[in-house]
Design a protein around this ligand. Structure first.
Ligand code: ACO
Length: 429
């Protein structure tokens, strides 16, 4: 924080309004506009493009330079040298764990992977063809009905146990939502396995045979979780904070985050990428789709391109692209038609004036969609996997908010509707 000031002059208000300006450790200064309401003014910023809604110490992004830091550590270093659960510890507690701390954390998470047997029955209420994200919104919210012992949000130990349960049970619930859709029995977690390996075991294993999860694929899945672990105040994280600001319980808040993530402009983009690649079908149709993406009268957009914050490159996409190459090599996939479409689209985005001018680079979802498809993950599960990885980010932000000072989130509006008018009885309408 600093003692800088901004001065605002507004037509019709005699005195200039002085507003405090704060500096963070990184990033642009922010103007505290809290005093404007006393002057009868609000700020107007649809989509929150210029609004810092909170103070946070978890994640920093410089979209222009393509920088993403978790607690100060660059994402590529975490993705290449750490693993998902260590990154979870870092996001939750602010520091990398030492050996004992890591072992204890991993063991705690591992011991919470099973879900209540009654919760497993919950799945039977869904249609067999329900989208797994629809199921996840329901079953994650339902956790609050099962864990009454962790619902006092003012109690630090309750917040901790809720965090452990959410991180541990998300892969189990995600795999159950898939198994339900294909009519296979749910797999219990195998706690001798690592986090990502266990998830793949629950996704692809069956009770009749021993699981055989490839270490290369487990590593790639762990990396996908790590790369999605947090991303500052995005739509779903802001949703979790807003829901949490009313004092709602953490399971309900995370269910709200899952709902916000589902949309194709956010986490749903990885699924939309694959659907788009399948719709394009082969490289001969690409020009037609690129022309549609550039046509202002056509709502079509190239999924997996562009980002609200990254106007250079998405540092996660760089690591994800390396992972995609590794996975495709491991699986011996070389001449897949969808991959050929993806590669050509990537070339176009880097060459075409339209994309260059608007700084529309392939984003993390573009490459994660390709890896997940190669791993045999059904398209409908892509956003669920994003939700599993992002759970720690949501819970870290929720915890940061609840353990500090906060007020209920209550945005205002620029009202452009009718001015006051008198009610008309039915016979005069
Ligand atoms: N294809 C074609 N044109 C695009 C695309 C795209 N994918 N994305 C943006 N544009 C164009 C817009 O039409 C606009 O053009 P104009 O200036 O001529 O009107 C310009 O680029 C700026 O677009 P905005 O919508 O203002 O950018 P915004 O920052 O609001 O949107 C978003 C970012 C939502 C990610 C957008 O780029 C998009 O819809 N991309 C496709 C969906 C996607 O991949 N989402 C994943 C995001 S990453 C994540 O959530 C992990």
């Amino acid at each position: 924080m600093s003692d800088k000031k901004a001065t605002l002059t507004v037509d019709g208000i005699d005195e200039p309004i002085e507003l405090p300006v704060y500096s963070g450790t990184l990033g642009p200064d922010v103007i505290d506009v809290g005093a404007l309401t006393a002057k009868g003014l609000f700020t107007y910023d649809p989509g929150f493009v210029s609004t810092a809604a909170c103070e946070s110490q978890i994640t920093f992004i410089d979209g222009g330079k393509g920088i993403l830091l978790h607690r100060g550590y660059p994402i590529d270093q975490l993705a290449n040298q750490s693993d998902y659960l260590e990154t979870c510890y870092l996001l939750l507690y602010g520091e990398l764990p030492n050996k004992e701390e890591k072992e204890k954390f991993v063991s705690t998470i591992t011991k919470h992977t099973m879900v209540h047997e009654q919760l497993a029955r919950f799945f039977q209420g869904f249609r067999r063809d329900a989208h797994p994200m629809a199921i996840m919104c329901g079953v994650v919210g339902a956790l609050s009905a099962f864990y009454h012992d962790s619902l006092d949000i003012s109690d630090e130990s309750h917040r901790q146990i809720a965090a452990f349960r959410l991180i541990a049970k998300m892969p189990t619930l995600a795999a159950m939502s898939y198994k339900f859709s294909i009519g296979q029995p749910f797999m219990y977690p195998d706690n001798s396995m690592g986090y990502a390996e266990n998830f793949l075991h629950m996704m692809f294993g069956n009770p009749c045979e021993p699981s055989n999860v490839s270490p290369v694929l487990s590593k790639a899945m762990d990396r996908i979780f790590t790369l999605h672990a947090d991303h500052e105040q995005n739509a779903s994280t802001s949703t979790v904070r807003l829901a949490g600001s009313s004092g709602a319980n953490p399971f309900a808040c995370i269910a709200a985050g899952i709902a916000a993530l589902w949309g194709p402009s956010h986490g749903g983009a990885n699924e939309a990428v694959l659907e788009m690649l399948e719709e394009i079908g082969d490289v001969y149709h690409i020009d037609e789709f690129v022309a549609r993406a550039k046509d202002k009268n056509d709502p079509f957009r190239l999924m997996g391109f562009g980002h609200r914050v990254y106007k250079n490159f998405d540092p996660r996409a760089k690591v994800m692209k390396e992972s995609a190459d590794e996975v495709l090599a491991e699986l011996g996939i070389v001449d897949d038609p969808l991959l050929a479409v993806a590669k050509r689209l990537e070339e176009i985005a880097l060459e075409d004036e339209y994309f260059i001018e608007r700084k529309l680079y392939p984003n993390v979802d573009f490459y994660s969609g390709i890896i997940l498809k190669a791993m045999g993950i059904p398209t409908s599960m892509f956003t669920v996997i994003f939700a599993v990885g992002r759970t720690v980010g949501w819970i870290a932000h929720w915890h940061e908010m609840i353990s500090g000072s906060y007020r209920i989130g209550r945005p205002r509006q620029l009202y452009t509707g009718y001015t006051q008018r008198d009610f008309k009885p039915m016979d005069q309408r």
